[in-house]
Design a protein around this ligand. Structure first.
Ligand code: GUN
Length: 286
């Protein structure tokens, strides 16, 4: 039986429409998302453009700062410092990866926790680990929203997260594990022995390794939910971690690529921006 396709575009549209209604009901305050793009990577530029387009649909304003490929660490940090100090900016997103030679860590640490719509600073990550309220990385949040929307059971289920990045794998493992979701989580990675056997145990498989089509049908337990977060640039174009067509014959649920987790990252970025504005006392939602 073919898997249920988890439509990230449809859920993103629902979330964005909900945000637009909420923001209008609040008297349309100027909630501002600022993005910083360094260098001339085409896919990164396209991601950032869609973030601005969807921000406008949600009734937010946005601002974009672009720095050249040859920018210095100091130049990038100066832009982020300025945005951090600007009270008219509520969310800051520094598009990653930065060009070679630039260190993202000190740049990210300049983002104040209440403007950290990417959830990547030490304070935001610390809050997630300590299970305190705070802003959480958008892609993991988007995956959780998809699982909820499609009623994928998580409690007591086995989840395998492949990839241990601070942007996706690590925070998503924590979200799946924490109270409410209650999955039993295995964190797998490039050094995991017998990946096939590990993945076959899972009711929920998250591909976040950036290894083109590494999750094949023989690795998937029949009926499992298979979520693709991987992005690999190949000669055949951008492909995910999941060997989609054969896996869709075995899985119970599957995310398409594109049109699965990518749009949900944007939806959750905008939700985080509204939350950031709340944290800064700009709006009061509840
Ligand atoms: N590059 C790819 N995905 C992301 C993301 O979610 N946030 C940032 N800042 N950069 C990215």
């Amino acid at each position: 039986m073919a898997a249920i396709v988890m439509d990230g575009n449809a859920l993103r549209d629902e979330v964005v429409a909900g945000l637009a209604t909420t923001i209008e009901s609040l008297g349309s305050p100027k909630i501002c998302l600022a993005t910083v793009l360094v260098g001339d990577d085409g896919p990164s530029r396209r991601y950032v453009n869609s973030k601005h387009k969807k921000a406008a649909e949600a009734g937010m304003v946005s601002r974009h700062h672009e720095l050249g490929q040859e920018s210095t660490q100091e130049e990038v940090e100066a832009v982020v410092r300025e945005l951090a100090d600007d009270p008219s900016v509520h969310g800051i997103l520094v598009q990653l990866p930065l060009p070679d030679g630039l260190d993202p860590e000190p740049v990210l640490d300049l983002v104040p926790a209440e403007k950290d719509v990417d959830g990547l600073t030490e304070r935001s990550m610390g809050r997630l680990v300590r299970n305190r309220p705070g802003l959480v990385s958008c892609t993991p949040l988007g995956v959780m929203r998809l699982l909820e929307k499609y009623d994928v059971p998580t409690s007591g289920k086995r989840a395998v997260v492949i990839g241990r990045s601070t942007l996706v794998g690590l925070p998503l493992s924590l979200l799946l594990n924490r109270k409410g979701a209650d999955a039993t989580v295995t964190m797998a990675h490039s050094r995991t022995a017998d990946m096939g056997a590990v993945v076959r145990e899972a009711d929920i498989v998250i591909g976040a390794a950036g290894q083109a089509r590494m999750i094949t049908a023989d690795m998937v337990k029949p009926g499992a939910a298979v979520i693709d977060v991987g992005v690999s640039r190949t000669e055949a174009g951008i492909v995910g971690d999941v060997d989609y067509e054969p896996v869709a014959e075995v899985a119970g649920w599957i995310t398409p690529m594109p049109g699965g987790t990518g749009p949900m990252t944007i939806a959750c970025l905008l939700e985080n921006t509204l939350t950031a504005a709340e944290l800064q006392g700009v709006v009061e939602r509840r």
